[in-house]
Design a protein around this ligand. Sequence first.
Ligand SMILES: NC(=O)c1ccc[n+]([C@@H]2O[C@H](COP(=O)([O-])OP(=O)(O)OC[C@H]3O[C@@H](n4cnc5c(N)ncnc54)[C@H](O)[C@@H]3O)[C@@H](O)[C@H]2O)c1
Length: 315
Amino acid sequence: MTDTQALKGRVALVTGAAQGIGKAIAEVLAARGTQIVLADPGTSIDGSGADPKLVESVASKIGPSATAFGESIATPSAATAAVETAVRKFGGIDIVVNNAAILRDALVFKLEPRDWEAVIRTNLTAAALITAAATPILRDNAKAGRGGTPYGWGRIVNIGSTAGLYGNFGQASYASAKAGLMGLTRVTALDMSRSGVTANLVAPFAATRVTETIKPANDAQAKYKAGAMSVSARHVANFVAFLCSPSAQKISGQVFGVRAREVFLFQQPRPIARIVNGGGEWTDDDLAASVTQAFNPHFTALTTDLESFSTDPIV
Ligand SMILES: NC(=O)c1ccc[n+]([C@@H]2O[C@H](COP(=O)([O-])OP(=O)(O)OC[C@H]3O[C@@H](n4cnc5c(N)ncnc54)[C@H](O)[C@@H]3O)[C@@H](O)[C@H]2O)c1
């Protein structure tokens, strides 16, 4: 049974918390005693439009331990304002969950600069700006021993996607932003290690309005969609809450996946084969021969995430 007060005292900022996975994360963190700022302007999947009432209603259902921040977090001033809301309303900040994301898919040869910019700004830049706004406070928390010494409450959780790890047709901007979050996670984990603050990336699978819109282009994608539609976002939220718990104090810089009852730990790119030439520069022929012999057996298959996770989820 989960200790309902396991995360008492902590303050969290969860972006994209008005619905879907972000809402589940906010609810689970709140149920464990965390005070929460839910940041979400209530956009459509492509980031257009706004309905801040959505996030206000989720926050008011959670109760006095939650407050709504209805602006888009995709500007430097809003990122700072969202963090300041946590400090002003709840007296500090310990946990950041960068979950907000939009999609504007297009095959790479049809990529529109405006759409690329909007996706990168919302899915990657906003996470970096919020991290930049929150981490000085987390460092001060560590110096002051907030919640006890050594400081053990500081957590950054970036919500990635297997699209950023595998790639997927038509998702150049989304996959690039999500791959960028991996770099951001690693650097945040390194830069904050001396303050005892962890940073990890979680690639989720869950039935949300986004999963609903997948238009399967083949059998593997149809199978993926059917499986994904049976998966509750609560599993992702429970894993995020675990990462925020004292048991996960030493877990940092890692890439996880959560799909219903399965939790995956992903490998991170490291050299797996090496060739060295005998001196001077490679000739094309020598390079071709060495690459074929040493690298060909290790090349990564050009499969999409949808194909790779088309097995039935364990719900
Ligand atoms: N659902 C899945 O299976 C799945 C798979 C892979 C990755 N993800 C990732 O999980 C996260 C949540 O996805 P979801 O399926 O719940 O999506 P969703 O569209 O249901 O929710 C995303 C929320 O982000 C908010 N948002 C958009 N722009 C914002 C901005 N500028 N500022 C603040 N909030 C903003 C939206 O209003 C929305 O409430 C995203 O990062 C997504 O990329 C989800």
